[in-house]
Ligand binder design. Structure first.
Ligand SMILES: [Zn+2]
Length: 198
């Protein structure tokens, strides 16, 4: 098939997505071709919208359509607990379980001495501001159980404990080395329930 035309271009674009190789991209491209104009336009518009209309919540850095996300602005949430995660995808996974009723803070990365990522590169100052100004009694660190995740958890515990706020780390029901993004929601909620104090 012509590798330069419009169809080949779509395949190339789809291959930028995770886990999408040439074959899968080709299958998706043919599926899109078979769709009605309306359906295909809806997909295109949805992709466009996440870049144009989504922002990060000004308080917790979760993805949001408004200045405050639906979790931060929900008065029913337990404001004494904050789960700290590295990416919004972990918020999604924990929320899917429907078991956790507290708040979140998304760091948008992890401390990584090897990659030169320091605490200043993350949304840590914002977390410290929240701890100083809000009624938070416990911080649950739910970073991935790998080197950077552990380094970040240790750093957080050292910074937060002197404030008299409890810091706990999720239980390691999650296989060591795995990215939390790929953990299922049952394992995630179990690891929050079985957390231990740092
Ligand atoms: Zn928020």
């Amino acid at each position: 098939m012509d590798q330069k035309g419009i169809f080949a271009h779509l395949i190339k674009q789809l291959m930028k997505l995770p886990s999408v190789g040439q074959k899968t991209a080709q299958r998706h491209a043919f599926a899109l071709l078979k769709m009605s104009h309306k359906e295909a336009r809806e997909i295109g518009q949805a992709i466009f919208d996440i870049k144009e209309k989504l922002i990060f919540c000004s308080r917790c850095r979760n993805i949001s359509e408004n200045e405050l996300c639906t979790i931060c602005s929900n008065p029913q949430r337990d404001r004494s607990k904050v789960v700290v995660v590295e990416e919004p995808s972990t918020v999604f996974a924990i929320e899917k379980s429907g078991e956790y009723r507290g708040l979140y803070h998304v760091l948008l990365g992890l401390i990584s001495p090897l990659d030169g990522i320091t605490p200043d590169d993350l949304y840590l100052k914002e977390l410290m501001d929240r701890l100083a100004n809000q009624e938070i009694k416990e911080v649950i660190v739910a970073t991935s159980p790998n080197l950077d995740g552990e380094a970040t958890a240790l750093y957080l515990s050292k910074k937060i404990r002197p404030l008299g706020i409890k810091v706990s780390r999720i239980a390691m029901g999650i296989p060591v080395g795995i990215d939390l993004e790929f953990a299922d929601e049952v394992s995630l909620i179990k690891s929050i329930e079985g957390r231990r104090e740092l």
